[in-house]
Design a protein around this ligand. Structure first.
Ligand SMILES: Nc1ncnc2c1ncn2[C@@H]1O[C@H](COP(=O)(O)OP(=O)(O)OP(=O)(O)O)[C@@H](O)[C@H]1O
Ligand SMILES: [Mg+2]
Length: 226
């Protein structure tokens, strides 16, 4: 069976003129369907860079990323965007919701972008928001929601397309303990119920302990947390 995400000898450097700053160095990672993985590591070690490469948002300097068996390096930008939309969902530290759109429209947006009609995508968005306890906040703008509620909306937005894997970059970094737990438990429930793989970047070892595997990014490679 194909791994949902696989990267082989992945290297990435930032270039400032001729000055090269290596960030990832021959990194390998395999993610199975339904697996949950925490990625830890010091600030600046390259965790967000890695997620951007896995999602095809940035291109590796060397090596390859395969999403469900397809090598992103062989796709043009348009096909990369389509593949990302089909298999992956992103959740960021700061929710990145569109401020002028309601919770319902934010969650419906990925399907609208995929060309689904408004009624269809809003019905799906409404179901998903109800499932996560936000049925009374459908028409609220992001500025009219609490931090935890915004992050739950962001998770719903990542899930509406039924991704095979969620890439979450410090999704609870901005929340108090109670909201952080709710958001984390929501992601873990979806992981178990929908068999959606989960890659969570976190600084919190308690969160890492709830995942199937915890890996540390250090000197550009991933090693198991000991
Ligand atoms: N556009 C850029 N140009 C040059 N260097 C960059 C750029 N973006 C990030 N970097 C550097 O790359 C390194 C890795 O950044 P990255 O954002 O991936 O770290 P991180 O592990 O996510 O850190 P944090 O835990 O603070 O979010 C950092 O040293 C950062 O300064
Ligand atoms: Mg980061």
């Amino acid at each position: 069976m194909n791994k949902i995400i696989k990267c082989n000898n992945l290297s990435y450097s930032y270039f400032n003129g001729k000055q090269e700053t290596p960030i990832l160095n021959n990194l390998n990672l395999s993610v199975k369907q339904g697996e949950s993985i925490a990625i830890l590591g010091q600030s600046g070690c390259g965790k967000s860079t890695l997620l951007n490469l896995l999602g095809g948002i940035d291109k590796p300097t060397q090596g390859e990323v395969l999403i469900n068996g397809t090598n992103l390096g062989l796709l043009n930008e348009n096909d990369t965007t389509l593949l990302r939309g089909k298999y992956l969902g992103f959740v960021y530290q700061f929710h990145h919701l569109l401020s002028d759109f309601s919770a319902l429209d934010n969650v419906a947006m990925p399907e609208r972008i995929q060309g689904k009609n408004q009624q269809f995508s809003q019905t799906n968005a409404r179901k998903l928001l109800s499932k996560i306890g936000l049925e009374h906040h459908l028409n609220h703008l992001p500025s009219e929601l609490s931090g935890g509620e915004r992050q739950r909306v962001a998770i719903a937005r990542a899930l509406i397309t039924n991704p095979s894997c969620i890439l979450a970059d410090e999704p609870t970094g901005n929340l108090d303990t109670k909201n952080a737990n709710e958001v984390l438990n929501l992601m873990l429930t979806l992981n178990r119920v929908q068999n959606c793989a989960l890659i969570v970047v976190t600084h919190d070892e308690k969160i890492a302990a709830k995942m199937d595997r915890a890996l540390v990014l250090n000197h550009g490679v991933l090693t198991p947390l000991t």
